[in-house]
Design a protein around this ligand. Structure first.
Ligand code: HEM
Length: 491
């Protein structure tokens, strides 16, 4: 009898495992190869804190397209430029979806906001309206340049006040870049000691930290939702998120209360006008959706771009001569006047350093999750509709077959015949229909900020970090470092 009970219990546990595991769903598909992993846990037990590097290793074993179970969730990983291009460009329409991710739905149940929406009529309408609003409000024009430069002047004033003391240049740069976004979206520029904006930035950082971890808790082992640690994590995300939404709502309400017909002061005004038009690209638009749209735009602008700039500051000062060579170019091309975007074409080394930093740092190492909109095929394998698809941008940027010496920081690799030339496998903003819409803004800010700072100051990295390994979160964050600032003397 005892043997019978044990056998029954074992069968029950196995059945429960199969049910929870969810792999049965895919029995009829010829999935890309990949590790079998454990029931329910998949390959979670063998992952390290550097998911992108774990994926590189699996790619070496299983090829440039492989499948892997994170817990109970099937994911397809694109591990090289050919695979990413084939999926996101050649089959761009099919792979333009965003999957249902519990950690997103928990805070944004309708998945509003262009970053989170799957490919649909509504997404197309929102993207059209956003691009039009950004363009209408200076995004592509010369006055965006002056907006960026104005913020940089404010940053230099702040640095000058603290000369001789230790200063957190990364924090100042983050504030400056986020303030530019605020001035584009809301027409509001904040002072460095502004409590409201500093609180917003703090909440945004806390939210991003916890949200990245909630992804592991909720998406991959969904039954963890009932555990006290997950419940606590959800609360840790919700609190700062609600405060961020309050901040957006306050701006929307202020704009509505002060908006005059046919006058658009900023992005928010253009969207308000678009939303009340007949035949609007934004049908069924409401304040809540607007908050999620602002979140989509702000989340990258206050997280990704500044982190990218921190990496740039680190690389420029980590290696000998890089800062000096950039400064030589500044002296030759710009002299003492204010840097301008038109200088970029005549500063190949500076641009190459920026490209090389995009490559080595790969700040969004696994991009944002996509999914196929329908069952499809990729390189002969079946890709089921709706499963997570990751582009391992870090691997694309570190593929020895493409770059030769990928681990060496060598800006010269981008210079041909004295000009900086873009490489087809440099895709920090991803590719295809869901590629980043902030690419132009980010590149303009980064170039102007770097040249303006190095024109006026000499930075010293006194305590070099022992390694240049980043910390994996949504963005790959550089190791902590501080820079000592010295004003350059005008000769
Ligand atoms: C160096 C800075 C930046 C990097 C490296 C970066 C990178 C990326 C990447 C890899 C994606 C995912 C693309 C995909 O799903 O395939 C993305 C999406 C996105 N980015 Fe950025 N980004 C940066 C700055 C910005 C800025 C400043 C903005 C704000 C204007 C922005 C707005 C967005 C939006 C709205 C999406 C979602 C696009 C969609 O879902 O269709 N990004 N970004």
């Amino acid at each position: 009898m005892e043997i019978l009970y044990t056998a029954l219990a074992t069968i029950c546990v196995l059945l429960l495992g199969v049910l929870l595991d969810g792999r049965m769903k895919y029995w009829r598909y010829r999935l890309p190869p990949g590790p079998t992993g454990w029931p329910i846990l998949g390959c979670l037990p063998s992952l390290t804190e550097n998911l992108h590097l774990d994926m590189v290793k699996l790619g070496q074993e299983y090829g440039s397209v492989f499948s892997v179970y994170f817990g109970t969730r099937l994911s397809i990983v694109l591990n090289g430029i050919d695979a990413v291009r084939e999926a996101y460009v050649n089959k761009g329409l099919v792979f333009a979806g965003r999957p249902d991710e519990p950690h997103i739905i928990e805070l944004n149940p309708e998945r509003s906001g262009m970053l989170y929406m799957t490919y649909s009529e509504a997404w197309r309408g929102e993207k059209k309206a956003i691009v039009r609003a950004l363009k209408a409000f200076d995004y592509g024009s010369a006055s965006l340049e002056s907006k960026i430069l104005l913020q940089i002047d404010m940053m230099k004033e702040e640095i000058n006040l603290g000369l001789g003391k230790r200063q957190d240049i990364c924090k100042l740069a983050s504030f400056t870049m986020s303030n530019t976004m605020s001035s584009i979206l809301f027409g509001t520029e904040y002072k460095y000691n502004d409590e409201e904006f500093n609180n917003f930035l703090k909440n945004s950082a806390i939210f991003v930290y916890h949200h990245a971890r909630l992804m592991g808790d909720l998406n991959y082992l969904p039954f963890q939702r009932f555990l006290p640690k997950t419940i606590k994590r959800i609360a840790q995300c919700r609190k700062p998120y609600d405060k961020m939404m309050e901040f957006f709502l306050k701006h929307i309400n202020h704009h509505k209360a002060t908006k005059q017909d046919n006058i658009c002061r900023d992005f928010t005004d253009v969207i308000i006008e678009e939303a009340i038009k007949q035949n609007s690209a934004l049908p069924d638009w409401n304040d809540e959706k607007f908050c999620y749209t602002l979140d989509s735009l702000f989340v990258d602008a206050v997280d990704t771009s500044p982190v990218q700039f921190h990496w740039l500051l680190l690389y420029v000062h980590y290696f000998d001569n890089v800062a000096d060579r950039i400064h030589n170019e500044i002296e030759e091309v710009i002299g003492e006047r204010q840097p301008a975007l038109k200088d970029k074409d005549r500063m190949p080394y500076t641009e190459a350093v920026i490209f090389e930093t995009f490559r080595v740092s790969s700040v969004v190492p696994l991009a944002t999750t996509h999914c196929a909109m329908e069952d499809t095929k990729l390189f002969g394998y079946d890709i089921p509709e709706g499963v997570d698809v990751f582009a391992n941008l870090w691997n694309v940027h570190h593929d020895p077959d493409v770059w030769g010496d990928p681990d060496v920081f060598r800006p010269e690799r981008f210079i041909k015949d004295g000009k900086c030339v873009r490489h087809e496998a440099l895709i920090p903003f991803s590719m295809g229909r869901r590629a980043c819409i902030g690419e132009q803004l980010a590149k303009k800010q980064i170039f102007l900020l770097l040249t303006s700072l190095l024109q006026q100051y000499k930075f010293h990295l006194d305590d070099k970090p022992t390694s240049l390994k980043g910390e994996f979160s949504i963005a790959l964050v550089p190791p902590p470092f501080t820079l000592r600032v010295e004003q350059r003397l005008v000769e």
